[in-house]
Design a protein around this ligand. Structure first.
Ligand code: BGC
Length: 762
């Protein structure tokens, strides 16, 4: 990936004039002066026009957009993804509008633009910040190369709610891991400056707490204590903003009864006053209108007044601001200064994007447009394959079933084994399904004729008609085989009987783990369960390859499988990457960024829970303790868990000091040894626990991690510096404090099997 840096740097240097020659230097001072002067030239309507963000689509035909642009009624556009289309609109601004204020162009570039990388939950499973930075750089490169200036990413909504379909878009259940991922994405996508030729501005979302929607039902409400909010859910947004994200997208949920879109505490007191955010706030799709249904506004005028006064700068996909703000200003319900503030934020980010220096900065000359937008040469396949294989998590591997030999006969079955669309996952941006590699293709590539791969679909994604209809609501997303379920199973069983080993690719269709795709069950659909049972009955070794966008309940599959590999939705190069892991060309190193429950009834289940007065002890079960009497305690697979084809041992922890002074620092170290026969990577995880404090503190919390690569037989000492910041928490009075006392240290290769010691914080 280094070449991207060098290419981008070279091109940037070649294309962009030195700072002194730039008409509008990219400094805050120059920006403020420029924008103030511009605001003075603008009419009220033009200012309000800047607050409107529209999506190009059936509701807004190109002719209507042209007229809006001419009248200065639109500030930015999203969902347009080719240089030709973008240039045409920017041309209209420059040729037809009075003040020629450039538009900016945005899109949901969440895990890739044309090359699709693993879904963010998969990226998180790599625990590899270099890999995630690679995703960020390539995505920004491809997005900027398509003329885009902004992305609606990263999504850093911490979630302990696997029923919520959008778990797939985030980085899991942990605050620290999500913060690191969000920060890394922002830094990589914005580069040195979002004005650079191959950088885009990020818009961190969804502010705030969207991942905690009640019951996992999308768009639902969130009710949360201030301690949990500040300790667990807000830090990833803060980390992404501290990394310089220019935008914030506001969430659709209410927080403690107040919709985020109407929450001036959230958007002004916290975001602007405390966190000093200077960029732009954008409502989510139609959110201003929705204030009426939320029950906090009686009519459109009121919704607009509340949203603007609460701190929403730009309105996404509704015409309410344009329609109602002029009269609200006339009547005095909204002041001109408030409009100026919002418009200033929009103009500021346009300035930061370099658009006032060159409205075509991400477009270049027309002659340089790619002849074929979808050309193979525009993809970054090697990078996608590299990240995808790092994202995979080996959940089980009985008697070294994996890696497979590139010999003999392999039966590959399952509705996801040859689906180009599903493997890309949700929000696959401008990625084309036809350019993705399925597992079938990947296995053929890997075996190159040395093994026979027999393929049978075996089952439809689901036999449930209403689920099929749900998935195919807007387009033909899943193809339903017209054979009976039994006919399909029979074909798969016949294939299995001819084979030495069976690989079953099962899980969810892309549309099952998406926005508005909440589930009340987390099982693999029944059609696929029946297929697995029939395959198991053949007595052949069964390798289950999971494709899904959320933790599933897998107790049955865990019992059936000889080996189980979690591959998430792995993107354009998914099939090759999975084959790399299955055949041992890559030794799996991923770790779960989220706990996998045994059943839906266990939710919420997360590793960093608070202690209770009656903890359950499996070694000494006691009725009057906190647990379910009808289920095993704890998750099926814990947070941080993942196997390898080699084995690792972790030494006892050594501390550089048994005490931590108030402003001091100590190091906690372990030696990790690759005790197996293969080279491999693993992730060393540091957890801390404050066993006695002024309020109950989580039984363990991730505070640091390091991904290391060890050759067979090799050892490495890994040290984690610990200082007071790692121990601070929000106390009952909402003060952010470090309290003296004993601190437990746990270091391991997952959250359960750890080497433990303790020190005293003074
Ligand atoms: C989603 C956002 C997304 C926006 C624009 C909304 O429905 O909630 O995450 O960025 O659409 O596509």
């Amino acid at each position: 990936m280094k070449w991207i840096y060098s290419v981008s740097l070279a091109v940037t240097l070649a294309m962009q004039p030195a700072l002194a020659e730039i008409a509008h230097p990219l400094t805050e001072q120059a920006r403020d002066a420029y924008v103030s002067e511009l605001l003075q030239k603008m009419t009220l309507d033009e200012k309000i026009g800047q607050l409107r963000l529209i999506s190009v689509g059936p509701g807004t035909p190109k002719e209507a957009i042209r007229e809006m642009i001419k009248q200065g009624q639109v500030g930015a556009i999203f969902n347009t993804v080719t240089r030709q289309d973008i240039r045409a609109m920017q041309d209209q601004v420059m040729q037809l509008s009075r003040l020629k204020i450039p538009l900016f162009f945005a899109y949901d570039v969440v895990h890739g633009q044309r090359t699709v990388f693993p879904i963010p939950l998969g990226m998180a499973a790599s625990w590899d910040l270099d890999a995630v930075a690679e995703v960020g750089r390539v995505s920004a490169y491809e997005a900027a190369d398509d003329g885009l200036n902004m992305t609606w990413a990263p999504m850093v909504d911490v979630s302990r709610e696997p029923r919520w379909g959008r778990v797939s878009e985030g980085f899991g259940e942990d605050t620290y891991l999500t913060s690191e991922m969000g920060r890394t994405m922002v830094e990589a996508m914005q580069g040195k400056s979002p004005a650079d030729r191959y950088a885009v501005m990020t818009s961190v979302k969804h502010f705030a707490l969207y991942g905690a929607v009640e019951g996992g039902r999308d768009y639902n409400t969130v009710d949360m204590s201030p301690q949990r909010m500040f300790q667990d859910y807000l830090p990833p947004y803060k980390a992404s903003l501290d990394a310089g994200s220019g935008g914030v997208m506001v969430s659709l949920n209410a927080i403690n009864g107040v919709p985020a879109t109407a929450d001036s505490w959230l958007l002004k007191d916290l975001l602007r006053d405390e966190w000093k955010f200077k960029g732009i706030t954008i409502s989510d799709h139609g959110a201003i209108k929705e204030l009426i249904k939320h029950g906090v506004a009686s009519d459109p005028q009121e919704a607009v007044r509340i949203a603007l006064k609460s701190g929403i700068d730009m309105s996404m996909s509704d015409e309410y601001y344009s329609k109602y703000l002029p009269d609200l200003v006339k009547s005095g319900a909204v002041s001109k200064a408030e409009i100026d503030d919002a418009a200033r934020h929009v103009l500021n980010v346009k300035y930061d994007m370099g658009l006032f220096n060159d409205p075509y900065s991400h477009l270049g000359a027309k002659e340089t447009d790619p002849a074929d937008t979808n050309a193979e040469s525009r993809l970054h396949r090697a990078e996608a394959r590299d990240v995808a294989r790092k994202s995979m998590v080996l959940l089980k591997n009985e008697q070294d079933t994996l890696p497979l030999k590139k010999a003999g006969t392999i039966a590959l079955v399952g509705p996801l084994a040859d689906s180009q669309r599903d493997i890309m996952g949700s929000w696959s941006a401008a990625g084309l399904a036809r350019q993705s590699v399925t597992l079938l293709q990947g296995m053929k590539n890997a075996t190159a004729g040395n093994a026979t791969v027999i393929y049978a679909k075996g089952a439809n994604i689901s036999d449930n008609k209403s689920i099929q209809d749900f998935l195919n609501l807007y387009e033909q997303a899943v193809s339903v085989d017209s054979r009976t379920p039994q006919q399909m199973i029979d074909e798969a069983v016949a294939a299995a009987q001819k084979a030495d080993v069976v690989v079953a690719a099962v899980g969810e269709a892309q549309g099952m783990a998406h926005e508005a795709s909440s589930r009340s069950e987390l099982t693999i659909p029944a059609s696929q369960q029946k297929l697995l049972a029939a395959l198991k009955a053949t007595g052949k070794p069964l390798v289950i390859v999971l494709m899904n966008g959320r933790p599933l309940t897998l107790a049955t599959e865990d019992a059936q499988a000889s080996a189980l590999l979690e591959t998430w939705f792995s993107g354009t190069e998914g099939g090759n990457a999975i084959a790399d892991v299955l055949f041992g060309d890559y030794n799996p190193s991923g770790k779960l960024p989220v706990s996998f429950p045994r059943s839906v009834g266990q939710i919420p289940i997360y590793y960093n829970h608070l202690p209770t007065g009656r903890p359950y002890n499996p070694a000494k079960p006691n009725k009057y303790t906190s647990h379910y009497y009808d289920a095993l305690n704890g998750p099926l697979y814990p947070f941080g868990y993942g196997l390898s084809y080699t084995t690792f041992t972790v030494s006892p922890v050594t501390l550089s000091s048994k005490t931590l002074a108030r402003n001091g620092k100590l190091d906690a170290s372990v030696t990790v040894t690759n005790s197996g026969k293969r080279d491999g990577a693993t992730v060393v995880q540091l957890y801390l626990n404050d066993p006695v404090a002024s309020m109950s503190r989580p039984v363990q919390e991730l505070k640091s991690f390091k991904r290391i690569m060890l050759k067979a037989g090799e050892s490495q000492t890994v040290s984690f510096p610990i200082d007071g910041n790692a121990l601070k928490f929000w106390n009952a009075k909402m003060q952010y404090v470090m309290e003296p006392g004993k601190i437990n240290v746990m270091i391991g290769l997952d959250s359960v099997h750890t080497q433990d010691t303790s020190f005293d914080a003074l």
